[in-house]
Design a protein around this ligand. Structure first.
Ligand code: SAM
Length: 159
């Protein structure tokens, strides 16, 4: 299965880059992983709702270019569905069984994802009701995908 992690904004901290490298290496045994970063827009501190909408829209258009026809799109959103890790693992496995060969996980930038991206996603995935910074979210998502493959393959993982 091919997994694309499509994100807004770059990773700035070395400790995040190191963790991303590590999970990318670990996941190479299980899937074909690609990480795509699109540029973020600078959000002024005093941006109005309308300005924020325009920023999300611009970032959304950049993301949309990388969402190919036929891919199964899971956007990360606080209001999305929450899964226990075992169910998330089963979900990825079942998507594969039902012929989905390309999963795209989309992570928003500092002010979140454009509504068009959210509406056009196959599903929304939540990691809790708390807000995580997008850089950390990328690490958490990679760890959960790795955990999902370990569970799927009956391999040991930290409980
Ligand atoms: C800093 S957050 C954006 C916060 C923004 N206020 C919102 O509600 O989307 C950056 C991105 O990380 C992801 N994210 C943050 N917390 C999350 C959570 N608890 N569950 C799922 N995704 C989350 C989302 O993709 C979000 O667009």
């Amino acid at each position: 299965m091919k997994i694309t992690i499509l994100t807004v904004g770059k990773i700035k901290e070395k400790y995040f880059t190191d963790a991303i490298k590590e999970y990318t290496k670990r996941l190479s045994r299980y899937c074909k992983l690609e990480i795509i970063e699109v540029a973020d827009e600078k959000t002024p501190d005093n941006a109005s709702e309308h300005e924020e909408d325009l920023i999300r829209q611009k970032e959304g258009e950049r993301l949309q270019k990388y969402i190919k026809e036929g891919a199964y799109v899971i956007s990360l959103a606080i209001e999305g569905k929450q899964y226990p890790s075992e169910d998330f693992s089963r979900k990825i496995h079942n998507l594969g069984l039902h012929g989905e060969s390309h999963l795209v996980f989309v992570i928003g930038g500092s002010i979140g994802l454009d509504k068009k991206i959210l509406q056009n996603s196959n599903e929304l995935l939540s990691f809790s009701k708390m807000t995580f910074p997008h850089q950390l979210m990328r690490v958490v998502l990679l760890e959960q995908i790795y955990r999902a493959y370990r569970i799927m393959n009956g391999e040991p993982y930290h409980k």
